[in-house]
Design a protein. Sequence first.
Length: 258
Amino acid sequence: MIVQTEAVVLRSMEYGDTSKIVTLYTRKYGKLKVIAKGARGAKNKFGSSLETMTMSSVVLYKKEHRDLHLLSKSEIRMPLGKVQQDAERMFTALALLELVNMVMHDEEENEKIFLLLTESLLAIDRSTGRRINVVIAFMLKMFVQFGYGIDLRRCSHCQREIERYHPPFVSLRISDGTLVCSECSGGSSAAGKRLTTGLIRTMDELLHAETDAVTDIPVDHASTADILTVCELYMHYHHEGSRTLRSLSLLSTYSEQQ
């Protein structure tokens, strides 16, 4: 059947002499692979709408029980001009695409993740603030959408609010995303990953902020690295086969060279 949907280009690879196989994350159908015939030829009708990180509107022939669908039409829906021209923006945006491609199953619709992805890409393109915050916020919000969000506000044992009680540290239980304050854990490292209350406060702020506002939240480089480590550790536990995001490693290398 012929279908039309909004899509984000996650990745693209050459196929044959003139075609491409493109992985899309679509609003209506989740992650799809399509073949774009003639996308590299002299008469390329798709233009630049199939470049990685592009937000496009697509028409395709969707075949039931098939892994590869035929792309008929594609045009850019919302340009991300700055992302394509700036290395820091590019690596940050690629981290989002790499993450979505890694954790989302084929043809599993999730409109909330699609909207979060498009909002996050626009925030990276437009903002002059700390764009790496967008990746952290995306991960934290993604965990919520998947049903295992991290409870960043209270101790799961005594139920006291961390912000009001302000214990010297808390422990994050990776298995269920709950916190145990220092008093309830008795200082035992067996309670989970030990974190400062300041770090928990920052994570909570990033989780609950609007996507276009997260880049304005001040987070120092050490805290950013610590939070990313926690998020990736949490993701590895809950997503079998997930791995460290290569794009973040490239971003770190690029930042060190500047």
